[in-house]
Ligand binder design. Structure first.
Ligand code: SAH
Ligand code: SF4
Ligand code: F3S
Length: 456
């Protein structure tokens, strides 16, 4: 950190008490989903306004925040063991403060401070905008502070705060979730579902365009239940496509029960901008398990949605999330999940062994499966899927794809970007191409990543 502080650097703060961050570095460690990545950006932006300087390692920091995730396996343990690694740093630097935010913060509140004295403050997922106040308090008053209130009645009015949006970035459109899938902690850690006003979203996208952004992903736990006044998700998508100059639009995550023909038609009608890729978690291929998960669709209904989407959107590509080893899942029911991969033709899957979460219904089901059964199923699912997917993606070899170049690749001389169908493609090319859409011929296709060559 700078030793000297120029108090006149900011005329507004001249002759006033220096801001909390003056001469202090902040480091945020981020886990979990894209919401958390966006929230971290927001925290950095808010703390920068208090003159904190973002630093790259905890060793350089005076303020450390863990933005935690609680969706699976031992999240409290993960937080505690990371905090443990800061012990020596805190002993050396009495000015150091450690805070926990995100879904574990929301879930555990003061329990975290009780079990780990190195932690100075905890804040919930609805309290990010109050973070500067909370931090100021820990510095001015010392002691321990917790703020994990849900703002149930407050409208969801926030401006997108991203420091370096790059070529492709995320814009929150909803927060929270009201679906209460029986395995999922998110409705408890993120609260009730709320939608941002559509005019705010349009303003954000227009502003991002002026900062060089070419692609936005509209983000929410369940984007297709978006609703603001008379604007539903299909209409929002159409507005973003028609009323802004953004080049590419994606969205995630969609819930199968809310994916209707109107939305599919809107995607097709705006196919020049809305990308032909849908992440549509099915979770289980067996209707009895789906019912116990409270997913509100059957295997047949899910597959009918996929068929409808394939009919409506030419070349649409799907990815999905899957849970194996849900309480009571039999071997036969697990086999239904494997066959669902085959029938749906998912080239990319994100699969997890079921993990009981606090507050959730499924955690109280009596027929929990042993860990070895769950992980054996997970391994068998990945094996079976690999066999299918390596075959399926061969069809892309030799094809030409429109790639939006996002960044330089780690490999020297290469750049990388995404196809309209969300395939990550690496190829030789100049960094000058970042932000441009170029034609690339695919030379090698693996399920998760492609190699290609630039067509000049
Ligand atoms: N809102 C999104 C996803 C939220 S969490 C949706 O509805 O699909 C991301 C994924 O984590 C879920 O799709 C699910 O596959 C997985 N997941 C959630 N809770 C889990 C649990 N208790 N055990 C294992 N996987 C879980
Ligand atoms: Fe969790 Fe279900 Fe909501 Fe997704 S839709 S966040 S899985 S409760
Ligand atoms: Fe994790 Fe919370 Fe996201 S539990 S997946 S950080 S909503």
């Amino acid at each position: 950190m700078a030793d000297t502080v120029e108090t006149t650097a900011n005329p507004e703060s001249a002759n006033q008490t220096p801001k909390t961050g003056e001469g202090r570095g902040v480091y945020i460690s981020t886990y979990g989903c894209q919401m958390n990545v966006n929230d971290t950006e927001r925290m950095y932006s808010l703390l920068e306004m208090q003159n904190f300087e973002p630093v790259k390692t905890p060793e350089e920091a005076d303020l450390i925040i863990i933005n935690s995730c609680s969706v699976r396996e031992k999240p409290v343990h993960k937080v505690m063991s990371e905090v443990g690694t800061f012990r020596k740093m805190k002993e050396k630097n009495p000015d150091m403060r450690i805070g926990i935010g995100g879904c574990v913060g929301q879930q555990e509140k003061e329990n975290l401070i009780k079990s780990q004295p190195l932690i100075d403050f905890v804040f919930g997922t609805d309290q990010i905008d109050n973070l500067p106040n909370l931090v100021a308090k820990t510095y001015s008053e010392g002691g321990k502070h917790v703020n994990a209130k849900f703002e149930h009645r407050a409208p969801y009015n926030i401006d997108t705060l991203v420091r370096n949006p790059g070529v492709a970035t995320f814009v929150n459109i909803t927060k929270g979730c009201d679906n209460f899938c029986t395995f999922c902690v998110v409705p408890y850690t993120r609260g009730r579902e709320k939608s941002r006003p559509y005019d705010h979203i349009l303003k954000d996208v227009r502003e991002l365009v002026t900062r060089g952004v070419k692609e936005v992903t509209l983000l929410g736990q369940n984007v297709n239940s978006y609703g603001d006044r008379d604007v539903d998700f299909a209409e929002l998508l159409q507005k973003v496509a028609r009323e802004t100059d953004i080049e590419r639009i994606r969205f995630t995550t969609s819930h199968p029960k809310d994916f209707n023909q109107k939305l599919a038609d809107t995607m097709a009608a705006n196919g020049d901008k809305v990308m032909e890729y849908i992440h549509l978690p099915f979770q289980s291929g067996n209707t009895r398990i789906l019912e116990r998960m409270n997913r509100n669709y059957t295997r047949e209904e899910y597959l009918e949605k996929i068929a409808m989407l394939k009919r409506t959107i030419p070349n649409v590509v799907f990815s999905t999330d899957i849970i194996v080893g849900f309480p009571g899942e039999t071997e036969e029911e697990f086999q239904d999940t494997i066959s669902m991969c085959q029938e749906g033709g998912f080239e990319t899957i994100f699969a997890f062994a079921y993990s009981p979460r606090p507050f959730t219904k499924a955690a109280k089901f009596e027929d929990q499966l042993p860990e070895d059964v769950k992980f054996d199923r997970l391994n068998r699912l990945f094996e079976a899927h690999d066999k299918m997917a390596f075959e399926w993606v061969k069809k892309y070899e030799g094809q030409t794809m429109k790639i939006l170049v996002e960044q330089v690749d780690r490999e020297h001389g290469k750049i990388q970007g995404r196809s309209t169908s969300n395939k990550l493609v690496h190829f030789m090319g100049s960094p000058d191409l970042i932000g441009k859409t170029v034609d690339v011929r695919i030379t090698k296709a693996f399920p998760a990543v492609f190699r290609g060559e630039l067509i000049q």
